[in-house]
Design a protein around this ligand. Structure first.
Ligand code: AMP
Ligand code: ZN
Length: 465
């Protein structure tokens, strides 16, 4: 029996879907104004793990993820500039171009991490009509009111506000996330529809004036459209618990008059060197940055799976090195099992399978499941073990069907002169900063010294010409 930790009840619960065969699930997706960083991706690895476990347990899935390509303001409240528009102004491109570019980059990252796509990827800009319909119902039911700058949700009409985060409204306001706005009835009222300032680029006609939707209404409108009034699971990162998901609950329950999501699941944060990931600290790494440093995307997936999704995970390059070493050893052991014809008793294999299943069914305990895999791989080499590992990989998604022997440390590297090695390092740094002009210039310099740089998805290597 699959058990999942429900943020709403703060308990592990038996998972019983509404329809016993098919699970309905909504996951908050990215705002596509920038590359996803490794913290964001940790959250999507968690969602993917959940989807894989559900499928492994025999459920069919209807999953929806939103792509926010409009109207997400800089803060969780209603103040600040639209992130899409800021990026668009900075990069001299239209918001549509920005969204298309970063959506494609996001999908590439998912692919590299073996993260399966949900059944439905829903772009916010394709659903403005659904959002306006939703706002209309909330206004009609008396849960929303219009001011000169927006249509707001009236939080005083929803006394259960705060039940997910268990924060009192006063504490949330004291958290200073929501700036007091004179036109609101209560400081924590949030915008469902914002009236656009004259220079705002993305705006749509509406009964309330030309404007754009609030971020929270996006998820309520799209989940309802595709999954119905009540659905099984809603996922996101823990940062969404206090504002975004409280607001979704308020909107959903105001409209439906009942609970609309049965299980709320949240992935814990990834931090870097023990602290927050932030642009100013220069530590918001992307998958490209890891690849440029020679890490495999699936070694990063291994790194994520090796921590329970509800525990904070600290990223350091030392721990990433350890993950890559472990991952390559795993592939090496599998390679040896694959190429052995020795037999192993089915009973032994069954014990491992039972333990593995119990681990993942206990609130997706991937670190324990990996431990069981390792113990199994230490048995005498047998192709049957390799085959069992492939079954486990339906959950782990670590590409175990492509085992490979460990390569000896590259001896050719030693023959690269210091001068060339320094240029290669400089080029890796330039690429990390997306300074392609400099990267090309350095390639030419390396070339002039008689060496060739070969870039691949796993990083770069240099060879004598
Ligand atoms: P955003 O594009 O900012 O809405 O974030 C996309 C997803 O990444 C959301 O589900 C966030 O909760 C999650 N997220 C943001 N920062 C981190 C982090 N440092 N660690 C884990 N998840 C994160
Ligand atoms: Zn959402």
């Amino acid at each position: 029996m699959l058990r999942l930790y429900n943020t709403l009840t703060r308990k592990k619960e038996n998972f019983v879907p509404i329809d016993e065969k098919r699970v309905t699930m909504y996951s908050c997706g990215p705002t596509v104004y920038n590359f996803a960083h490794i913290g964001n991706l940790r959250t999507y690895v968690f969602t993917d793990l959940l989807r894989r476990v559900l499928k492994y347990d025999g459920f069919k899935l209807k999953g929806v993820m939103n792509i926010t390509d409009v109207g997400h303001l800089l803060s969780d409240g209603d103040e600040g500039e639209d992130k899409m528009e800021t990026a668009s102004r900075k990069q001299g491109k239209s918001p549509e171009e920005i969204a298309a570019f970063y959506t494609a980059a996001f999908l590439t990252d998912l692919k590299r991490l073996n993260i399966g796509l949900p059944e439905i990827l829903a772009k916010a800009t394709d659903h403005i009509g659904d959002m306006l319909e939703y706002v209309g119902v909330l206004v009609e039911k008396g849960y929303a009111y219009q001011t000169a700058d927006a249509v707001y949700f009236d939080i005083s009409k929803f006394p259960e506000y705060g039940k997910l985060s268990r924060l009192k409204l006063d504490d949330q306001i004291a958290g200073a996330r929501v700036k007091v706005n004179e036109s609101k009835r209560n400081p924590a009222d949030f915008a469902l529809w914002k009236i656009a300032e004259p220079n705002h680029i993305m705006k749509w006609d509406s009964p309330y004036g030309k404007g754009y939707p609030g971020w929270h209404i996006e998820c309520s409108a799209m989940s309802r459209k595709y999954l119905g009034e009540v659905f099984d699971i809603h996922t996101g990162g823990v940062d969404h618990i206090p504002v975004h998901h409280e607001n979704e609950i308020a909107q959903n329950e105001a409209r439906a008059g009942k609970k609309t999501v049965n299980y709320w699941l949240h992935g814990e944060f990834m931090c870097v060197d023990g602290g927050k990931m932030s642009k100013s600290l220069g530590n918001t790494y992307t998958i490209d940055n890891l690849v440029e440093r020679g890490y495999r995307p699936l070694a990063f997936r291994y790194f994520c799976l090796n921590a329970h999704y509800r525990k904070k995970l600290n990223f350091t390059f030392e721990s990433m090195d350890a993950a890559q070493t472990a991952y390559l050893r795993l592939l090496d052991l599998l390679y040896k099992h694959k190429n052995s014809s020795a037999e192993i008793s089915p009973d032994t294999l069954n014990v491992y399978t039972e333990k593995f299943n119990a681990a993942i069914d206990d609130d997706l305990n991937a670190p324990l499941a990996l431990g069981i895999l390792w113990t199994m791989l230490k048995e005498p080499f047998s192709r049957k073990i390799y085959e069992t590992a492939l079954v486990f990989d339906r959950v782990l998604g670590l590409g175990l069907d492509k085992p490979e022997p460990l390569k000896e440390e590259k001896t050719e590297q030693a023959e690269v002169p210091q001068e060339v090695a320094a240029l290669v390092l400089e080029r890796i740094e330039a690429r990390k900063n997306r300074d392609w002009a400099k990267s090309d210039e350095l390639r030419e310099k390396i070339d002039a010294l008689g060496f060739k740089v070969i870039d691949s998805k796993d990083g770069c290597r240099v060879e004598k010409k």
